[in-house]
Design a protein around this ligand. Sequence first.
Ligand SMILES: O=C(O)CCC(=O)C(=O)O
Ligand SMILES: [Fe+2]
Length: 355
Amino acid sequence: MPGITTFLPFPEDVPTHPLLVVDYEQIRAGKEEEIDTLWEAATKLGFWYLKNHGADELVEDMFEMGAETMALPMEEKMKYEQGDGGLSCGYKKAGANATDETGALDTVEFINIAKDDALAWPQIAHRTYPSTVNARMDSTIKPFVRKSIEINNTLLSVLNDRLGLPKGALAKRHLLEEYSAGEARCIKSPPMPAGSPESKAAIGAHTDFGSLSFLHNRLGGLQVMVPGTQTWQYVKPLPGHAICNLGDAMSVFSGGILKSNLHRVVAPPKEQAKLLRWSLVFFTRPGDSVTLRALTDESPLIAKAVAETPERNFETGATAREWFTRRCKNQRIKNRAGPETWRASRGMEHKPDVA
Ligand SMILES: O=C(O)CCC(=O)C(=O)O
Ligand SMILES: [Fe+2]
């Protein structure tokens, strides 16, 4: 498949931000040392590589589904556009979102498939999808969604225990049966035109809106803002390694102990910028009715963290669905009134207004 099989290695002379490597098999086996590594990654950067996750074949199938979908005529894709009301499932055309306060446009198109639609198939939970998605619901999407949920839930349950939460405290906020904004996303980024500034964002700086993201990259382009600085650095894709990152919900639940780090997508470095870039994510997000607040009454560790950072507000007053809808809606360019719309789309970033 063009773009996915075409490959140029990540250039050696471009600086990258190192991520810790977590071995999923070791986590599943309850190895304390591995759990220490996960904890360090989750509390310092909020990003880590995950190896031995066993999802590689499903990921390849999902990339094929994405390519088949993006190859449909634009008119067909637009029948399934996500719209401006704050729903994210469906198709998003390039340029539908702002990437910063000035209203610069994003350059990526993607297809989002709600976990609830994948699991309910052939019933419809939220919406319908293009024929290329329907054709792969049973063979590709459902198995990928199930596997991603299993992996993310395993990681969340380990974090649950390290946070000193009672067993199941995070699990009950991520019930399989409760509708949520959880979704699978396949993203296509066109090559950036020669001469574009290096910092031109394909996807603007953001923190993820939910709990835990399971991301698959082939080319560079993803950058993290190094905590405590205002420097962007590339994350280098490693074969066989997923990239995991925590979202706002986990930062809030944990009273800031866990990090939801700012990241963005720009052109892949050097020669890679000439290639089509594909990426794939599964987003675990809390159940729609879950209130986003620090779980201080369930963990002394979280209570202490909140007491020690009075300048931060972990009482969002929002449910997970409200938080998500606000963020989605205010990044849609059609809803833009001015810089305040961008600001209204912000989450738990360490530098909320960063462009
Ligand atoms: O494409 C990537 O590498 C990252 C995508 C991303 O951050 C997102 O969709 O939230
Ligand atoms: Fe993201």
